[in-house]
Design a protein around this ligand. Structure first.
Ligand code: SF4
Ligand code: SF4
Length: 197
């Protein structure tokens, strides 16, 4: 298995999908007059695992563009992150450790941050083919803003997820279904190197 680099055409498609996510988010944020400015928290310490090879490869495209010393610094932080998460999990706690890509409160790889990073904050929904709808209320600050509103603007995740699934299929081709499922933190992805297909 070789480390997989994204072809430029596919990289452009994921950048486009990420831009659509950002636009969908911004529309809802504007409707709610919501920003992260002045937030006492920083949700980049939330424990998330990510599930696609294509996002993993795109994250690595961003990491490869950094100078080696900077990448080494991020790898060291990822190792510390992994150890801290293991300790928390061993205590039976959900880890709360700052993402190794976060630089003093800001994302250090903003254009390559993953889908979950782009969805967190505003209310969203996921409509399944059977019509069932799962709702996500947004972060604690956004929930305060939404308050008792009857009509709440939301980002609908389904078309964005479908877009990501299509890109995953394009990236994996005939290997889809044969590879292990991805369930990795950003730190795992950093420490493992680009996905090997
Ligand atoms: S990738 Fe960026 S936005 Fe996502 S958790 Fe890490 S620092 Fe935050
Ligand atoms: S998404 Fe919410 S919790 Fe996270 S930084 Fe923004 S305001 Fe704070």
């Amino acid at each position: 298995m070789e480390a997989s680099i994204l072809q430029p055409e596919l990289a452009a498609k994921i950048a486009d999908l990420y831009e659509r996510m950002e636009k969908a988010y911004d529309i809802v944020a504007r409707q709610l007059d919501f920003t992260c400015d002045g937030c006492p928290d920083n949700c980049c310490d939330s424990y998330f695992q990510h599930h696609t090879y294509v996002e993993w490869a795109y994250l690595w495209q961003g990491l490869m563009a950094l100078d080696p010393a900077r990448r080494k610094e991020i790898e060291n932080r990822a190792a510390e992150y992994g150890a801290a998460c293991e300790r928390a999990l061993a205590r039976g706690e959900r880890p709360q450790v700052m993402c190794p890509l976060n630089d003093e409160g800001r994302c250090g790889l903003y254009l390559h941050r993953l889908m979950i990073c782009r969805m967190h904050g505003v209310p969203s929904s996921l409509t399944f083919p059977n019509g069932k709808v799962q709702r996500f209320p947004g972060c604690f600050r956004c929930q305060e803003i939404v308050g008792e509103r009857q009509v709440v603007p939301t980002v609908e995740r389904a078309p964005l997820f479908r877009g990501l699934a299509a890109l995953e299929q394009e990236f994996l081709g005939s290997l889809q279904g044969e590879l292990p499922k991805v369930k990795k933190t950003i730190a795992d992805m950093i420490l493992l190197g680009p996905p090997r297909l």
